[in-house]
Design a protein around this ligand. Sequence first.
Ligand SMILES: [Zn+2]
Length: 401
Amino acid sequence: MSDWPWYLLIAFYGSCVGSFLNVVIYRLPEGKSIVTPPSACPHCGKTLRMWENIPVLAWFFLGGKCARCKTPISFQYPAIELLTGLLFLACPLVYFHTDMQMPFAEVGINGSWPILIVHLMLIAALVAATMIDIRHYIIPLGIPYVIIALALVVYPVAAHMGVDFRHVVELPHGGGVRIALGGLIGLILANVLLRVGVLPYSFADEQQWLESIQKEQQEQGAIGNVPSATSQPVASDDGHHHTPIDIYLQYPHTRREMAKESLFLAIPLACMIAGYFLLPLAGQVEGMYWLRALAGVILGYISGGAVIWITRILGSYAFGKEAMGLGDVHLLAAIGAVLGPIDPLYVFFLAPFFGLLAALISFGVARIYKGQARVIPYGPYLAGATLVIMFAGKFFEHIIG
Ligand SMILES: [Zn+2]
């Protein structure tokens, strides 16, 4: 295999990306810049020398301690670097050297490398989203946004440059393109209506409610038992709310808020139907590969986002407690933007099995928290299921098909 030098380079590049993900994982939820300042010991503030930034190896050379103050450095740093490096290595190996490749990879790496790069970036995003969701019960929306933007730009450009897209997103024909463009118009319209105040933001009064019950409980002298809203830093890069702690499950107006979210979601769904019947596009889109690739990204985005959001609305309405976060909605939307409209459905049905597995493993831990309603981060299960679909999707197609 003459490609080995390339694969070693991809693995090294992956571990460097992992090093960057460590910065993202620690700083993004705190609302800090991920660009400056350079990495430093959190204890004594010593800036890392050049060689101490070498992924994985530097940690072992340093013996897992800061060179100056000898404070232990978390094993999570080299672990994330190693994991990302291995996943980056596994992706082209599976795609181009096994029977389990994604359909687009059938044309080989020379004909499909722009798509591979987007897939690698999705893997990096899944690692970051998983770690942040486990630590903070949130998925900063910046992570899925970057991936969605990447797919929106790279796929149409690659299709225009001649990359074979037939199998990536099942290039939609005239009707599919009209549905996708209708959905895009609807999404823009719904967001504009939200910004100008015609549509209400959901959970707009939640913070106010939280403060009022905390004040109430403080007055009753039960301070020690109340999870403080400020004890865990919560990033919110767009004004959407997040659910970092269990106390949010006690919010009393969840059903009312779901009506607001249904109203928002109804606009793009209605526009998809309207687009199919009203947009004046038919045969002429057949030769416009960039437009069809763009439509595939949009349909994947809508498919992934809608399946979680509808589940969230139905689940929250049924139980009166918030089910799944908007971070999960955006994460599966990003997965759909990259993998097309069908794979997010596989991911959605596979993810609960990961949840079940995790629940069995953590059974001993769960008993410590008995009697408490636990907020379960769903992002890690979506991420795990996505990797299975990316690396072994054909296996499931054989079972189902
Ligand atoms: Zn130090």
